[in-house]
Design a binder for this molecule. Structure first.
Ligand code: TYM
Length: 354
């Protein structure tokens, strides 16, 4: 049985500052996957206008995400780095998926409910259709693997549902053109045009929590800047935020069991482990029995040692944007060529004249 060729795709929105959650939950994984896979990494600017329409500094926000990718170690020559709006095929496939997906599926998305808040009728139509565009981002390359943080899991399940429904609804067109691939989904054999994407969520830190409240996700939209470490923070800011991070009065336990019911302690140990490339158990073996007054300075040192080379390279890249702009332009051209091959097949499968 043939299989879809392994291809990694992921995206990051150019909204607000990138933080440690984005780095540990996503970008660090993007970097690691380059060694074993063909990868496409996208700055999803079309997504950024769904919740807030007008972004006065959008161009620089887009550049700064691309700069973070490159400063973290993504190779834009071997792989592809581009911004979504440069490849109109994303929006075109998203339109098709808007017609494949059901309104009920979109209404169930927890991120839509969170972002739309109480006044759902007043949210943009784009915010409701957001997951459909996300499915298109991935499937316009027929990508198979998607590294993300834990908060994107539901969106990726929806991408699988959309792919499955397209495969079934257009089974005839897919077979006629001889473009499908035989796969099994569960026990079912399916002649598929689109793969069932696999989320890559496990990793060093699939869910980094706020430094002010260990039960809330670290987020770009948290009003308190003390809740997150931004990739552009300087050493003093990192040190201050970790020193002020909420903790409980107890010291660190020696076993994982001892982190239960202690979300702040669990989060700081998780961050340390992810930065050090070790397991939480290894960190507890090292620091068990110690107070936070010992652990926090060690975490400050490790955070600065890991992040400051990335921050200074980002600053350097942002000082002269011609290099970043050239990378995005070339990445856009390469992505467009690949997406157009898929879109032509999709147009044929659906039966559009071209
Ligand atoms: P975005 O821009 O909100 O976040 C980018 C990536 O960072 C991860 N992340 C976290 N991981 C761990 N802990 C946290 N506190 C944390 N906060 C954010 C996110 O899971 C994500 O991987 N919808 C996506 C962007 C997108 C996309 C795609 C992703 C658009 N199209 C196609 C994958 C494939 C988003 O808003 O991510």
């Amino acid at each position: 049985m043939s299989e879809f060729k392994r291809l990694v795709f992921s995206g990051v929105q150019p909204t607000g500052n990138l933080h440690l959650g984005n780095y540990l939950g996503a970008i660090k994984k993007f970097v690691a996957l380059q060694a074993e896979s063909d990868c496409i990494y996208c700055v999803v600017d079309l997504h950024s206008i769904t919740a807030q329409l007008v972004h006065p500094d959008l161009k620089n926000q887009i550049r700064s995400i691309a700069a973070a990718f490159i400063a973290s170690g993504i190779d834009p020559e071997k792989h592809i780095v581009f911004n979504q709006s440069a490849v109109p095929q994303h929006a075109e496939l998203a339109w098709v998926f808007n017609c494949v997906a059901r309104i009920g599926w979109m209404n169930r998305m927890t991120q839509f409910k969170d972002k739309a808040g109480k006044d759902r009728e007043n949210a943009s139509l784009g915010l409701l259709a957001y997951p459909s565009l996300m499915a298109a981002d991935i499937l316009v390359y027929r990508a198979t693997h998607v590294p993300v943080g834990d908060d994107q899991k539901q969106h990726l399940e929806l991408a699988r549902d959309i792919a499955m429904k397209f495969n079934l609804d257009f089974a005839e067109g897919i077979r006629q053109g001889g473009r499908g691939i035989d796969i099994t989904v569960g026990e079912e054999p399916v002649h598929a045009y689109f793969p069932m994407v696999e989320p890559l969520i496990d990793g060093p830190a699939p869910r980094v929590m706020s430094l002010r409240d260990g039960t809330k996700k670290m987020s770009k939209s948290d009003p308190s800047d003390l809740s997150r470490i931004n990739l552009m923070d300087d050493e003093d800011a990192i040190s201050k935020k970790i020193r002020k991070a909420k903790t409980d009065p107890d010291g660190l336990p020696s076993e994982l069991e001892g982190l239960k019911g202690r979300p702040e302690a669990d989060n700081l140990v998780g961050i340390y482990a992810a930065l050090a490339g070790k397991s939480k158990a290894e960190i507890l073996a090292e620091f068990g029995g110690q107070q936070f007054s010992v652990f926090k300075p060690a975490l400050v040192d490790l955070s600065i040692a890991t992040l400051s080379p990335i921050t200074s390279e980002m600053r350097r890249l942002m000082d002269d944007t011609t290099h970043i702009d050239a990378i995005l332009k070339k990445g856009g051209e390469r992505a467009r060529a690949r997406a157009e091959v898929v879109m032509n097949e999709v147009r044929d499968i659906i039966g559009f004249l071209r």
